[in-house]
Structures are given as C-alpha cells and as structure tokens.
Design a protein around this ligand. Structure first.
Ligand code: 5GP
Length: 133
C-alpha cells in the first residue's frame, strides 16, 4: 500500500507544497514544531533513509539544503535544524526546522497550530524564496 507521503506526491492527499523536482518533494509538516517546519522526501518510496542508494541520498540532501535556505529567508531563526526520525511515517523524510535553541528540536514539545490560510501563506512565502535560488 502506498505511504501517506506517496499519496501527497500524487496529489491524492493535499499538502502545503514548497517545492518539487523530478525526484524530490517538499511540503509543510502538518503538526509543526516551528513556523516553517518542512518535510523533504524522495519521490521513490523507501521507508528507511539508509536504504536509499547513494546518488538519490545525496540528491535528497542537496534538495533539502536549497529548501532550508529558502525557509531561513522567510522565518527569522538562528539556524535551520535538520533531522531524520522516521518513526511515524514509513517513507524517508528530512525534517527542516527553524531553531533558536536546541530545545526547538525537541519533538516532545507541543506542536503549533496554524489556520489553513496561515499554512498557505507560509508555504507561498517559502516557495517564492525557493524559486529565486
Ligand atoms: P517521523 O516519521 O519523522 O517520526 O514523523 C512524521 C512527521 O510527518 C511528523 O512530524 C508529522 O507531523 C508529519 N505528518 C504525518 N502525516 C502527515 C500528513 O498527512 N501531512 C503532513 N504535511 N505531515 C504529516
């Protein structure tokens, strides 16, 4: 059965899309730890990130770098934190999270809530910056 993220890539489930190319897709996390919390995924569905072959793996991180640079142009923060967890969704993904302290990377923190309009605005602002890179 296709993962929820494969359904997002195919447009069967909506997402707040940031960027996409032939092999990768980036969209806002629906339960964000921070404003601008973004997920970057390969279009090929692989559960465990270390099972991705090297070229695709390198491409995933290069794509995530560009997305992260776009996020930090929109969201004021000290750094962009990147992490891979993968305990919930069995489709490899990189979390891109604007942070000001190490605690901002703590997934036990309460998640933020945004309205549909706010999510659309955040995604659109980051998308615009991404397209300038
Ligand atoms: P992990 O697998 O890295 O432990 O966590 C999966 C992440 O995907 C979580 O941060 C969760 O909020 C996010 N997530 C799960 N389902 C969806 C979804 O349907 N849409 C979006 N945009 N994010 C999701």
């Amino acid at each position: 059965m296709a993962s929820i993220f494969t359904k997002i890539i195919k447009g069967e489930i909506p997402s707040y899309k940031i960027a996409e190319n032939e092999n990768y897709y980036a969209f806002l996390d629906i339960n964000p730890l921070a404003k601008g919390h973004t997920l970057v995924i390969p279009k090929n569905e692989t559960d465990y990130i270390f099972n991705i072959e090297d070229e695709e793996y390198k491409g995933l991180f290069a794509f995530a770098k560009k997305v992260g640079i776009a996020v930090e142009k929109v969201i004021p923060c000290k750094r962009i934190g990147i992490t891979v967890i993968g305990l919930e969704v069995p489709h490899a993904h990189i979390h891109i999270i604007p942070i000001n302290s190490i605690y901002d990377m703590d997934f036990k923190q309460p998640k933020l809530k945004f309205s549909n309009e706010e999510f659309i605005r955040i995604a659109s602002d980051i998308k615009s910056e991404y397209e300038k890179l």
